[in-house]
Design a protein around this ligand. Structure first.
Ligand code: IPE
Ligand code: IPE
Ligand code: MG
Length: 293
C-alpha cells in the first residue's frame, strides 16, 4: 500500500476506450464495455489506499456531439450495466455514490430514477465518496455557480473564492490533490477546472480498459515524490529536539531575502566564470615555440 494520508481527493479522466477497441479491430463501444473492470479496479484501489474522495470523468458536455449511437450506448446500455452490476458491490464496500453534471433532459426517466436510487441507498456510507461526473463540463460548472451567486443577490464585494465554491453544484467536493489521466493525452478536457487549481497532474500511457490498481498506486507514488521534492524546497527540517521529533521550519521572509542575495552573489560569480571561460576559449593559443610561463 502506498501511503495516501495526504491525498484527500483523486480525480480521474478515464480516457482511451475508443483506441483500445480500434487497436483490436473492434467498434468503439467495445472499448467502453471493456472498461468496466477498470472502474471496479480504481474504486477498489482508492478504498485500499484510504483515499476518501474519488471523482471519475465519465461523460463530458463535449461528448454530446459524438455519434448518437455511441452517446446512447454510454448513457443507457453502459450506465444501466454499471448500476445493475457494480452498484451493489460498491454499496457493500461502503461507497457513497454521487453524480455531478447537468443530466436533466438527457436521461430517460428510468435512468434518472436509478441514479437517484443509487444516491439515496448509499447516502450514509462513509468508506469512499465516489463522484461520477456525467454530462459534466468545468466551464458550465463555473457558469452555474456564477448564476447561483447572482440569483442569491450576493453583493460583488462579498464574493470570495470560498463563497464562490459554496455555490458550485456540490459544495462538499474538496480540491483535487491528484489528477490522473489515462490514455496518454495531456489535457484537462474541461474537467474540474475550479477544483484542480493546485492539483498534481499525472498522465499515464495506459488505455483506460487496461487501468488497474497498480496504475493508481504508481500515480500515488509520483504524487508523493513530487510532494517530497516540493517539501524539501519549502520546508527544511531542524535538528531533533527533546523527544526527537523533527519540527519542520518554514523559510521566513528574511530567510527568503538571504536566499535571494546568495543566489544573486552566486549569479555574479557564475557570470565572472562564464566571462573568463569565454575569454579563454576565444583567446588564440600561443604560438607553438612560445615557452610556457
Ligand atoms: C473515454 O474514452 C472514455 C469514456 C467515455 C469514459 P474515449 O471514448 O475518449 O476513447 P479515445 O480517447 O477515443 O480512445
Ligand atoms: C475525455 O474525453 C474526458 C472523459 C473521459 C469524459 P475526450 O477523450 O472526449 O476528450 P478530448 O476530446 O480528447 O479532449
Ligand atoms: Mg478520448
Amino acid at each position: 500500500m502506498v501511503s495516501a494520508n495526504s491525498v484527500r481527493h483523486v480525480a480521474c479522466i478515464m480516457d482511451g476506450n475508443g483506441r483500445w477497441a480500434m487497436t483490436r479491430g473492434l467498434e468503439r463501444i467495445h472499448g467502453h464495455l471493456a472498461s468496466m473492470p477498470a472502474l471496479e479496479a480504481v474504486v477498489d484501489a482508492a478504498l485500499a489506499e484510504g483515499v476518501p474522495w474519488l471523482t471519475l470523468f465519465a461523460f463530458s458536455t463535449e461528448k454530446w456531439s459524438r455519434p448518437a449511437g455511441e452517446v446512447g450506448f454510454l448513457m443507457s446500455t453502459l450506465a444501466n450495466r454499471i448500476i445493475d452490476t457494480s452498484l451493489s458491490r460498491f454499496h457493500a464496500k461502503g461507497v457513497r455514490v454521487r453524480m455531478l453534471g447537468a443530466m436533466e433532459g438527457c436521461l430517460s426517466d428510468d435512468m434518472a430514477a436509478k441514479i437517484q436510487h443509487a444516491e439515496e441507498i448509499t447516502r450514509d456510507n462513509d468508506g469512499l465518496n465516489l463522484t461520477m461526473a456525467v454530462g459534466y463540463g468545468g466551464r458550465d460548472a463555473i457558469v452555474h455557480a456564477a448564476r447561483a451567486l447572482a440569483a442569491a443577490g450576493i453583493p460583488p464585494d462579498d464574493i470570495t473564492a470560498e463563497v464562490f465554491a459554496r455555490h458550485l453544484q456540490d459544495p462538499d467536493l474538496p480540491d483535487v490533490d491528484l489528477l490522473i489521466r489515462s490514455g496518454g493525452e495531456q489535457r484537462l478536457s474541461n474537467f474540474l477546472l475550479w477544483h484542480c487549481a493546485h492539483a498534481e497532474l499525472v498522465f499515464l500511457d495506459v488505455l483506460w480498459p487496461d487501468f488497474r490498481a497498480e496504475h493508481f498506486q504508481h500515480a500515488l507514488r509520483i504524487y508523493h515524490q513530487r510532494q517530497h521534492r516540493f517539501d524539501n524546497i519549502a520546508v527544511t527540517p531542524t535538528a531533533p529536539t527533546g523527544g526527537g521529533a523533527i519540527v519542520p521550519r518554514v523559510i521566513t521572509l528574511p530567510g527568503i531575502m538571504a536566499l535571494h542575495l546568495t543566489n544573486g552573489l552566486l549569479g555574479t560569480v557564475r557570470g565572472t566564470m562564464r566571462a573568463a571561460a569565454t575569454h579563454l576559449t576565444t583567446t588564440p593559443p600561443p604560438p607553438p615555440d612560445t615557452p610556457p610561463h
